[in-house]
Structure formats: structure tokens, C-alpha cells
Design a binder for this molecule. Sequence first.
Ligand SMILES: [Fe+2]
Ligand SMILES: [Fe+2]
Length: 322
Amino acid sequence: MELTLIIEYMFEIENKVYVGAPVVLRRLRRWLILRDPEVKYIVEVGVDEIPEVRDPVPQAEVFLGKVSEHIESTSRFLDTEEAVAFFILNTESRVRYSTRLYGLKGQTILLLTASPEPLKGPWLLVVEGEEGWLGKLLVYNNMITGAQVMTKLGEYYGKAALDFIENARGEVRVDAVRLKRRAFEWDPSRFSVFVRGIDRQHQYLVAVLNMAYLGLVGGQGRRALEEVVDRMVEYTKFHFRSEEVLFDRFHYPEDRAERHRREHRQFTLKALEFREKFMQGEAELTLDVLRYLAQWLQGHIGGSDRAFGVWLKEVAQAPITE
Ligand SMILES: [Fe+2]
Ligand SMILES: [Fe+2]
């Protein structure tokens, strides 16, 4: 049998390898279970469905000026300048405008409506007041999901920051910066490892990461984020296992395999530790954590994983091409 399909699900029975799409192989697996042959090896490196990354705040207009109910926890993200900088799209996606505040209740909305560009998706508004105060608003589809104000007298976060803005008067300058819609933009030319099953697993991880990012900037609550964190950790463990099974199966040179495994181990330890702390309320999922995850994944997929993919294709000549 010619093995030129993809490694999605792969079976080796009596030293024969069966490769194919999940549907076909699921049927094959059922057939195997019924007849109960001696199955020596099963490698699963596929995913059935890559989750869809949905917009957490779908109807922009309806939410104009609305404040997310989770604003107290989201507002702390704005502390980490470096993380915010990582998520800023580019310098051209920046709008500057000014408006006037009158010390009236509900006036925060003026900061949004004065924008010459609709504030669709995630935005960061840097607001400079007349008496030297500096505010930052995280806005998602016109909903305020985070707020921070720095004054000479102190710092305010969340509702307290919004209260400060409600009472402010005078001319304000706004520098609105568009944030990325994704923490990790999938680019096959940089991140494909030439093994479709592994590529799809990576895309799954990237999708979960992007969900966490949109969840954060979209002002979702802790409950929603807990689910995402859990999914991310569990899926990462499964994914690392899939790669390591392939190392063994195709006899990836031990020094390279061990270096790669070590990267997996170190990351897994960190991820498990973070989940533990997060679930106990001792750590928060912040933009900084997401920046770390995105950068680690980009480095690992584009580096070690891709190196393994190239080796698998060229040296091991594994049946991985479509
Ligand atoms: Fe990987
Ligand atoms: Fe890896």
C-alpha cells in the first residue's frame, strides 16, 4: 500500500503503518476493535476540529460606553507596558483626537464617541487630562473593559478610575491605538512543520491562546478564562506527547530528541504551576502571561518543532506529504 496520505491518525499493526484521515481511521479502529488483532502501536497526532475563535462582544453599537462587569480584574493588565506594547498592532493604527469633559455623570462615553474611527475590536485609549492626569482605557467594540488613571496623588483602577474620569473637567487629548485581534497570527510559511497532524494541533493551541486573549481584552470573567486555561494546559500535554511519540517512532537522534523533550518538560512545569496558582486565585491571567505564551509558542514551533518536521520529511522520509 502506498503511504502518501497525511499523518493524522496513524496505526501500526504487525509492522504495517496505516495512515489516513480521522474519519477513515476511526472506522479502521472500530474494525480493529471488533476483530481484536494485536495492535502494537497507535499514534494519534490529529485533531478533528480546530475551535473557532469568536468575537466576545459581537454587536458594537449596542455596547457603546457600556462597562464590562469584570472591569476590576481586567484593569490591572494595563500595568505592564511591555505586554501592552506586544499587542499593539502597528504605529499606523493610531488615531489622535481631543475632546472636552465637563465634570458630568456619564461623560466617559465622550471619549469613545469623539473618536473619528469606530472603535471596533480591541483598542487602547491613552487619555491625557489638563491637570496632568493620565488615563488608559481598554475598549472592545466600544465597551470599556479596563480602566486605569494615574494622577500626582495616586493611581486608580477599574470603577474608581472611571469615577475619576466622570468628575474630570477640561480639554483632554486621546491617543487611540488599535490592538491586535489575535495574540498569535498563524502563518504557515513561518510555522508549518510539514506534518499536517502536528500543524493542526498547533493551530488548535493557537486558537485556544487567541480565545484567551480575546476573552481578556473583551472583558470576560474568570470562569470563562478558567476553562480556557484548563483547555490550554491539557491540550499542551497531549500535544507534546504526540510529538514525542513521533520522535520514538521515527528514531529521531537522541540528542535532538532530548533537547526538544527538555523544552517540553520545562514549559509543562511552568504551565502546571501557573494553572495551580490561577485556580487558587494566587495568579491572574494577564496580557503579560499571554505575551509569554505567544512568544514561547512562536519560538518553539518556528524553532524546535520545525527542525523536527524538516528532519522527518527529509531524513526519515516519513509519509507525511499530502
Ligand atoms: Fe509542537
Ligand atoms: Fe515541540
